[in-house]
Design a protein around this ligand. Structure first.
Ligand code: PLP
Length: 431
């Protein structure tokens, strides 16, 4: 029996799993196994030939991870998902699945620092050029593209600027050209569903809100099944021409009979197979636990995030507060269009005292953790210029919106009075 619901609160508890058929176990078991017994040689041959779907080896698939993948795919309204060892691995795969040496990608400048480095350096070394454009201008994606552009890439709610990306506007331009939009939705799960706005692929660092507990690193790609790859044979050769690494399979044809899953099947059967950045079954189990309370937690994160933004915007010693609720014009319109249920729990601010005040503030925090993470149940703070964005050049830092005195907060689930009391005493010391 499966529970069919469109409501996130129900999906995260029921999609993809009811109970273990042999033991009756209600909790999803941790299938800590490397491999799976084939029934006979015909069964094994069918699995390898993809004429029958089933478990082969945990680097490529695992029953615990499968439940997590199904739940997140259902939550996003996608057709299938693929878990990775980290968000970074998912980002690399999102691009490498379509682009090879000589191809290019157009990406928003407003990215997590690690993704920026991956794109500006590592993918470049592999011969894939990433062209960075201003996300505020949808046409910039089209203008930066040529006939070797395979992917467009952006974050829904990128920090530090926290300006919501125009998903529908950019996705529509890409669809005219045969270029899929990959949306990193890490900062706003449940609040935004990029596939509903025309994105083709959704990406998560599950390390953040999806886990929420801060125990495990992981990543996820969700295939919307909504992109007409076969209509753009020249633009998307990776899915439309024989793949020598899989006995000449043409992925759009190979999946006929399974569903519109060419993108995600190729990623699983070639990139996971060859690069091996698979999520461990134990981490998948951890993310399943986190996912169960995600919609509930996001409501509280939103409530506390809003209260902190309101508090900081009235507080002396603070020169600037960055939160979608405090924006106006086009940025605010986009926040209202794409974020539902609140404006998120990431809040940026600058202290009047600049770099020194920022340091004193961070060192004075008593309850907030000083860590390089977001989306934890606990409140977190960091000074990006000296940490997450420190490997960027000063020009790159400014392009991504990081200034010397900028502090990023990820507001957690503690009582709001305690969150504000800690901020208050640390700002007092820094003022
Ligand atoms: N995308 C975003 C928006 C992130 O914030 C991060 C990590 O901070 C990543 C991707 C990378 O994820 P991971 O740390 O799981 O590799």
């Amino acid at each position: 029996m499966t529970v069919d619901s469109k409501n996130p609160e129900t999906i995260v508890l029921h999609a993809g799993w009811r109970a273990d058929p042999s033991t009756g176990s209600v909790a999803v078991p941790i299938h800590q196994t490397t491999s799976y017994q084939f029934r006979d040689t015909e069964h094994a041959a069918n699995l390898f030939a993809l004429s029958e779907l089933g478990n082969i080896y945990t680097r490529i698939m695992n029953p615990t991870t499968d439940v997590l993948e199904q739940r997140i795919a259902a939550l996003e309204g996608g057709v299938a998902a693929l878990a990775f060892a980290s968000g970074q691995a998912a980002s690399a795969a999102a691009v490498q699945n379509l682009a090879k040496a000589g191809d290019n990608v157009v990406s928003s400048t407003d990215l997590y620092g690690g993704t920026w480095n991956l794109f500006a350096n590592t993918l470049k070394d592999q011969g894939i050029e990433v062209r960075f454009v201003d996300p505020a201008d949808p046409a910039a994606f089209r203008d930066a593209s040529d006939d070797r552009t395979r992917v467009w890439y952006a974050e829904t709610l990128p920090n530090p600027k926290l300006q919501v990306f125009p998903i529908a506007e950019v996705a529509a331009l890409g669809r005219e050209m045969g270029i899929p939009l990959v949306m990193d939705n890490t900062a706003c799960p449940v609040m935004c569903k990029p596939l509903e706005h025309g994105a083709a692929i959704v990406l998560y660092s599950t390390t953040k809100y999806i886990g929420g507990h801060g125990t495990s690193i992981g990543g996820m790609l969700v295939d919307g099944g909504n992109f007409p790859w076969e209509e753009f044979k020249d633009r998307q050769p990776a899915l439309n021409t024989p793949d020598p690494s899989y006995h000449g399979a043409v992925w759009t044809e190979a999946v006929k009979g399974i569903g519109p899953v060419a993108y995600i099947i190729k990623a699983r059967t070639t990139l996971l197979r060859d690069l091996g950045a698979a999520m461990s079954p134990f981490n998948a189990f951890q993310f399943i636990q986190g996912l169960e309370t995600l919609p509930l937690r996001m409501r509280e994160h939103n409530r506390n995030g809003q209260a902190v933004a309101d508090y900081l915007s009235k507080r002396t010693g603070v020169s600037k507060v960055i939160h979608p609720s405090l924006q106006d014009g086009e940025s605010r319109n986009r926040a209202d269009k794409y974020l539902k249920g609140g404006y998120g729990a990431l809040v940026g601010f600058e202290l009047e005292g600049g770099l020194e005040a920022g340091r004193t503030f961070i060192n004075s925090l008593e309850m907030f953790y000083h860590v390089a993470n977001i989306g934890d149940a606990r409140s977190l703070a960091i000074h990006p210029a000296t940490t997450t964005h420190s490997q960027l050049t000063p020009e790159e830092q400014l392009q991504t919106g990081v200034t010397d005195g900028y502090v990023r907060l990820s507001i957690g689930l503690e009582h709001i009075d305690d969150i504000i009391a800690d901020l208050e005493q640390a700002i007092d010391k820094a003022s």
